[in-house]
Design a binder for this molecule. Sequence first.
Ligand code: ATP
Length: 204
Amino acid sequence: MLEASNLECQRGERRLFSRIGFRVDGGEMLFLQGRNGAGKTTLLRMICGLTHPVAGEIRWKGEPIGQLGDEFREELCYLGHLNAIKEELTPLENLLASAHLAGEALSEDDAIDALEAVGLAGREDLACKYLSQGQKRRVALSRLVHEKRALWVLDEPFVALDVAAVAWLAGLIGAHLQRGGMAVLTTHQAVDIPAGAVKELKLS
Ligand SMILES: Nc1ncnc2c1ncn2[C@@H]1O[C@H](COP(=O)(O)OP(=O)(O)OP(=O)(O)O)[C@@H](O)[C@H]1O
């Protein structure tokens, strides 16, 4: 269970948000909303422990995330705005490298299966610099297929995807929630995610 209370964020002279609280249980999705610059990415990074609040606390299974360290990070999959892939490497190399860095055992066969699941069959061995924006996004998303993490934190995951890929990803998130996983995400696109329990949090 992920929960936060009384979160406050300051950027320079500007207070981005204050008194933010939420709770996400297994099978639930928290949908962050707000205009450009409202602080959604900042809050997602805060949930991952990459940015710190000036006040308040985020807890994972009742413990402050700052005290958990790897114990929390091992249950988290964060996909940020950027794809975080190496352009010179192929999709297969990128996926194997990210699994290695995350300390996950991933065989080449399983990596190929994950890339096939995101529609990159036949592109596994082409350097990512030659892929389209949507294909690069798919390389990043392939981590969701193989990483068995309880909490998905997704920043604009649907950007650059075509209609079929948007539907596929919405289904993948829905299946993750059905298995008891949790998701926190933001998107400016109208997407129908087949999720039973959706909580909304609007930053203004
Ligand atoms: N490191 C930083 N230093 C100063 N200001 C920052 C920093 N990071 C973000 N900001 C500011 O904080 C505000 C919120 O940024 P953030 O990226 O969280 O917004 P967002 O809600 O995700 O926006 P969008 O919908 O455009 O992606 C912006 O005004 C941004 O300029």
